[in-house]
Design a protein around this ligand. Sequence first.
Ligand SMILES: [Zn+2]
Length: 237
Amino acid sequence: MGMRLIGPVYLVGGQDYNMVYLDWPAHDANVYLVDTGDMMVLVDCGCGESLPGILANIEEMEFEVRDVSHLLLTHAHLPHAGAAEAARRNDIELVAAPAAAETLLHGGPGTVAYHYDRRFPLAKEVTVVEDGDSIELATTEFRVLQLPGHSAGSVGYELTSGDKRLLFCGDVVRAPHLEQHRSRLDYNRDVYVETLLRLLDDPPDVLYPGHGPFCLSHAEQWISEELKKVLQAPVAP
Ligand SMILES: [Zn+2]
């Protein structure tokens, strides 16, 4: 099953909505599908085990999996990118920021696989995008926004639909378990605060986060909440 959201966006995976049910805590992030009018684009892909279910959800909505051309990765954490190499073997081009691409290709603490007591399947090839890049796919333009702090390689992908700007923000807003992230090696509180302040300068209308519910209006409120949470959290020892 899949769920249509605002704009050309569908939810096709993610454990918070049981989009692919696994009877153990797989921690899969939300997995979005964007219909560009020609090819289809995935944003994040879950830990791995659920990929066949995600692809089945796409087919069930009467889209063709073979039309999925790109997987835009918001960062290299396992719940978002564990299935990336398996997706690539399905002829889907992987896209990530430089630091995330390094982690996807070579591993290391930036996958946070250790946190889940798991092995991260390394990617063989990743297309690197930089802040400000524009990815044009059929009728849709995705703008790349560097959003470091939660992890060094965090980016958002923004598209415009009608009069709304929709931002896939990964874990930059509504990050789960902030208290665990604080001690992670690629977490940088000061950089994260700067990122959130920059987002507040020019907030999108809609936020599609990596976990939990979507923010379909007044995105700046959620960004402010996240900033408050980060500023109030004790600094890691
Ligand atoms: Zn994360």
